[in-house]
Write a new protein. Structure first.
Length: 94
């Protein structure tokens, strides 16, 4: 599974990044300062399956990608299907 995360630098962001990094999934950090066209490109190009974001950015990302959830509280209920080990990461820069 390819998982996008978007949010400000925070303890919540660090927790979800570390959690996903310990799985067999591909992590795609999405900088909040990227414009919507760039974010759409990242979503399509990396084949993102789900995006986790913070409450502040949820509405923006939900409009860009339907399968968007608020991280931490939703991730804790969702992570039963996460496979462990062999982590991959895709990084886009400006």
């Amino acid at each position: 599974m390819t998982i996008g995360i978007a949010g400000p630098n925070s303890i919540d962001y660090a927790i979800i990044e570390a959690g996903i990094s310990s799985t067999q999934n591909t992590l795609v950090p999405i900088p909040n300062f990227f414009n919507d066209d760039t974010i759409r490109y990242i979503i399509k190009n990396s084949n993102i399956d789900i995006i986790f974001t913070d409450e502040e950015n949820y509405n923006r990302f939900k409009l860009l990608f339907n399968n968007t959830e608020i991280f931490i509280k939703d991730f804790l209920n969702w992570n039963d299907s996460v496979e462990l080990s062999n982590h991959k990461r895709i990084v886009y820069t400006s």
